[in-house]
Design a protein around this ligand. Sequence first.
Ligand SMILES: Cc1ncc(C[n+]2csc(CCOP(=O)(O)OP(=O)(O)O)c2C)c(N)n1
Ligand SMILES: [Mg+2]
Length: 632
Amino acid sequence: MSRTIRLTVAQAVVRFLACQYSERDGVQQRLIEGCFGIFGHGNVAGLGQALMQAELEGGEEALRYFQCRNEQAMVHTAVGFSRMRNRLQTLACTTSIGPGATNMVTGAALATINRIPVLLLPGDVFATRASGTVLQQLESPRGHDVSVNDTLRPVSVFFDRVWRPEQLTSVLLGAMRALTDQANTGAVTIALPQDVQAEAWDWPVELFNARVWHVARSLPETAVLQEAVAAIRASERPLVVAGGGVGYSQATDALRRFAEATGVPVAETQAGKGSLAWNHPQSVGAIGATGSTAANALAAEADLVVGIGTRWSDFTTASMSAFGDPRVRFVNINVTALDGHKLSGLSVVADAREALQALTTQLAGWRADPAYTDRATGLARVWDGAVAAAYDLEGDPDAAPRQSQVIGAVNDLSGPRDVVVCAAGSMPGDLHKMWRTRDVKGYQVEYGYSCMGYEIAGGLGVKMAAPDREVIVMVGDGSYLMMAQELVTALQEGIKLVVVLVENHGFASIGALSQTVGTPQFGTSYRYRGDTGRLDGDILPIDLAANAASLGAHVLRADTLGSFRQCMSQALASPWTTVVHVECDLATGSPSSRSWWDVPVAEVSTLPVTRAARTAYEQEKASQRGHLRPFA
Ligand SMILES: Cc1ncc(C[n+]2csc(CCOP(=O)(O)OP(=O)(O)O)c2C)c(N)n1
Ligand SMILES: [Mg+2]
């Protein structure tokens, strides 16, 4: 008879999570660093009781509880944390049933789209159904085992519900497997009916022994690798596109060695930015719709593109218009075959670091034409000049600065290890183009879901993962208004953030987009309803700086570039969470990518402006192509 210990289901969950570890390259770390939660009747007596008991009894070993203000935000925080820790560690999030649980759906989608592990523990309706219809229960006429938590199924890479205590062990083990599976990780959901959480069971003691989850580095198949090597050797204009997988695999040194040994230039996706230092001679910067003219010129003529750890999103491929050579081929190094096969590429299913090392070895002695490598460096220098000009735009020193100047000032005043965080609006594109990344973890822009409201909550997670770095959250007024409340959590935990709040009175990015798609400025600025009956009156007098101060942040206000620089220096030197509110010109000042993004325009319209936009759209659309030619 094996020994057992009697605990509630919730106590077992908390005890189990506290002793899970991940390990890669022989380095071991706790898999679940803590648990965020907002309590309600669906979890306070179960997981709430278990977390409290662990806190009182468990000391350092216990799963630490963190409070937050909004369930969506806590998932963002877990994502920011895990992204910064290269997906080897994450946080758990517990909610009540009903609205608390469904508030996590957006966060879960964000995690899964970005392939970042987070553990979600929503409460659920009674398993026994003893109390009848429970507060916040959705009743489905299709069956009584449906609950609102089923909305988490399509956005989770693993979803299970613990109807009976006996099921818990298999559910927990399945969840840990999914969290540590680099090829298919994301939101991992364990729905916990509120009665089951409080139910006692005799658990085998070995369930609570320390358990180490090995994070594999999968090796490329020899034959496939050889095909990749042959393709690279045969290429004349090769280009690497580095995605997020390079950083997560800690493959940046391997990438640099590969680039230096072969002379192949390196472009970066949003998630891959920072894979190579911005001023490395072979770094050609961002690629795609928000890319540099250097990377986009090279993409247009490349005959072989080596994608590493990229999902090939439309921003990267400029909606399938970036790669112009009719015979261009793709080699896709990725841990997941889902991405490997995109663009009819040769799918090299492998860990990025392992594959790069193997390629470097096998390509020994081969180099791209030095004239081509030099041309790439030259194109990159031209782009650097355009960025420098955008940073230093001349103009009235008493006027509101352009966003490009704000980005330039932040880049200039921040240290090499400082981290910039952003997610939605016009800033991610401008940062992708213009931010000069000096450290592999220095650029944390969430652009898989580009979720307004991620910024402050995600930045909190980044700072929790890297307390020794300054974390600078860049947030637009629209995104700030959507989710600013985690400033309170920063205050509560004594976590310092620098928040740069760019005020342009509305959704400037969509305002700019609306111009090109024939709906000029419709619904994109924060204005009163005017005499016309439309939202074209005066600008709404919203004081977001006062709002931030009311949440406990220190607040500095800037309305010129000079005052912004002063405020920024003060914020960086301060030990407190500081919001620098800066009024910005609507024109961002960022240089053109000479690229395109497919947003379809109305095919018929009574409005001349829409018809003109449609004509321009059809011209751009002509540059779009499929990549259907089989690789071999
Ligand atoms: C949750 C969410 N809703 C809607 C969008 C679509 N969207 C993208 S950017 C944007 C406006 C962002 O405004 P702001 O944060 O002020 O940045 P700005 O565009 O002014 O730079 C909107 C509505 C989104 N990305 N996320
Ligand atoms: Mg705005």
